[in-house]
Design a protein around this ligand. Structure first.
Ligand SMILES: Cc1cc2nc3c(=O)[nH]c(=O)nc-3n(C[C@H](O)[C@H](O)[C@H](O)COP(=O)(O)OP(=O)(O)OC[C@H]3O[C@@H](n4cnc5c(N)ncnc54)[C@H](O)[C@@H]3O)c2cc1C
Length: 487
């Protein structure tokens, strides 16, 4: 009833869910469901997850490994965020894919499960002066989240466990998302509630006192029937925002937490001026080389629908055939694999010289964040110097990969020319042998590169003096009971 009167005062619709939760988790994706699962182990705590997308675990595009890419193509499961036109990429607007479904981006991602270099995890602790963020401190948690089963030990019976080899696949050659790992088997916990098709609009705050006392009291969302609902945070409870790199700052900004001038210009009443919210964005760019082959590749599935149907039937019958795994291998290259020493030293020197300029440019007039960007990149350059930062991920696939549509490319099978594959190579398609000079290649890249959908950084864990948004306990500076969880 307290909430009802609050809602009336704020002019909110009077459709109110009177329950209060100890933890309201916004976004039932990778981090959100993992955290919700762990928190609901305590049966005395009521945990609510609010997820914008549907539970899609029963779709074959979601659980058949070889249908990788099909889930991403379903517009209902993909936010498909778009960028502003990119000046340095011929003014193109890029799409940034992100899962819009229970399980989040693990439902549509490439299932590759690598760990970074030790020094890269240690960099988190160094930047934050906190050794709880280091390889040694984090390793037990990595281990807790994995079950590694060497292939010779895989039992024939189907076990309800995950096997995290290179790919996140269960023992029975079935794809496993964060929803399958952290929700499906736990859905009957009475204290673990998940709302799907429910889009959070904003966090509601209690009466504002001193900034350090700003407290989340409720969360407002639009339900599947397009009606506005409000759920309460219980006394002493918390809101955990885990709506992804783009969704999380959006919700905070709609709730009045962010750069006050940007909020005011957008007609949002500022609650807390935290100018780094939504800034510090970083992503990888993605490009490709495609060559024709005279051999059998996964392209046959697209070229011959009857063959594809037979293969899919095989998967349903006994989990074998083309669809039983994802045919790709991955290599991550260190600087020494790509450059000679003097060439690389020159790149490092040039990057160091331009660090101030770019940090200022990318900080949007936020001097503390400019220092934070410098600190992050200075550490990254040190890691490159010691060969511990890996600048290139190479994914080798027996099929076409790129953004030339099926209709616009020759109806052929595709692979590469290196090493033993030279015997099945039948010429290059993209970028094409006519691209000879560095300038030719650069021009081609500016016209085609995509986001690799590895976006990070918009709610930076950094000290406040470096323009951070959250502390090392993932609490948002200046808010009493709001944390951020994300990948
Ligand atoms: C196509 C693709 C391929 C990738 N391949 C790999 C890979 O092979 N290996 C790898 O390690 N990483 C890969 N990644 C990256 C990895 O999947 C993500 O970094 C990770 O899943 C992000 O986890 P998260 O919890 O931060 O966000 P997500 O898992 O995206 O979860 C965010 C959740 O919040 C929900 N949400 C957003 N806004 C709202 C709102 N307003 N209200 C309610 N809910 C909301 C979303 O619907 C989503 O479910 C890939 C990503 C994509 C998109």
């Amino acid at each position: 009833m307290k909430l009802l009167s609050q809602a009336s005062l704020l002019g909110l619709p009077l459709v109110v869910n009177a329950l209060a939760y100890d933890y309201i988790i916004i976004g039932g994706g990778t981090a959100g469901l993992t955290v919700a699962n762990r928190l609901s182990e305590d049966r005395d705590k009521q945990v609510l997850v609010i997820e914008a997308g549907p539970n899609a675990e029963n779709l074959q595009e979601v659980f058949v490994p070889g249908l990788i890419g099909a889930g991403q193509a379903l517009t209902t499961l993909n936010w498909a965020y778009t960028t502003v036109p990119q000046t340095h990429l011929n003014g193109r607007v890029l799409t940034i894919n992100a899962g819009k479904t229970l399980g989040g981006s693990t439902v549509i991602n490439s299932m590759i499960f690598p760990r970074a270099e030790k020094a890269q995890y240690d960099a988190w602790g160094i930047l934050n002066n906190d050794s709880s963020w280091s390889w040694n401190a984090l390793l037990p948690y990595f281990k807790k989240s994995e079950i590694f089963t060497p292939s010779k030990q895989i039992p024939t019976s189907e076990r309800r466990e995950e096997s995290l080899l290179l790919l996140s696949i269960r023992l029975n050659n079935t794809r496993c998302s964060a929803a399958c790992a952290y929700y499906t088997d736990f859905a009957d916990r009475p204290n673990f509630t998940v709302l799907t098709n429910a889009t959070v609009i904003r966090i509601i705050w209690t009466e504002q006192g001193r900034e350090s006392e700003i407290t989340a009291s409720a969360v407002e969302y639009i339900d599947a029937n397009n009606e506005t609902q409000v759920v309460n945070v219980s006394h002493g409870g918390e809101v955990i925002v885990s709506a992804g790199t783009i969704g999380t700052p959006k919700i905070l900004e709609l709730s009045g937490v962010g750069n006050s001038s940007i909020l005011q210009a957008a007609g949002v009443k500022p609650i807390l001026n935290l100018p780094s919210v939504g800034e510090n964005f970083a992503d990888h760019v993605n490009s490709w080389v495609n060559a024709f082959t005279n051999s059998i590749t996964n392209d046959l599935l697209l070229l011959h629908p009857t063959f594809a149907e037979q293969q899919l039937n095989l998967w349903f019958e006994n989990r074998t055939g083309f669809y039983s795994s994802v045919s790709r291998s991955l290599d991550i290259a260190a600087p020494s694999d790509i450059f000679n020493k003097s060439e690389f030293n020159h790149i490092l020197e040039e990057s160091e010289e331009k660090l101030d300029y770019f940090a200022t440019l990318l900080s949007n007039g936020n001097p503390l964040l400019a220092r934070g960007i410098q600190a992050q990149h200075r550490l990254a350059l040190d890691l490159y110097r010691s060969n511990k930062n890996l600048p290139l991920e190479m994914s080798l696939r027996p099929s076409f990969f790129g953004n030339t549509s099926f209709e616009d490319r020759p109806a052929r099978t595709y692979m590469l020319t290196t090493g033993p594959m030279a015997s099945i190579y039948e010429g290059e398609f993209e970028p094409g042998l006519d691209k000879v000079t560095d300038e030719d290649i650069e021009n081609w890249l500016r016209g085609v590169v995509q986001s690799y959908t590895h976006e990070v950084g918009t709610m930076a864990m950094l000290p406040q003096g470096l323009g951070g948004v959250v502390d090392t306990k993932l609490r948002i500076y200046g808010l009493k009971n709001v944390r951020v969880a994300g990948m």
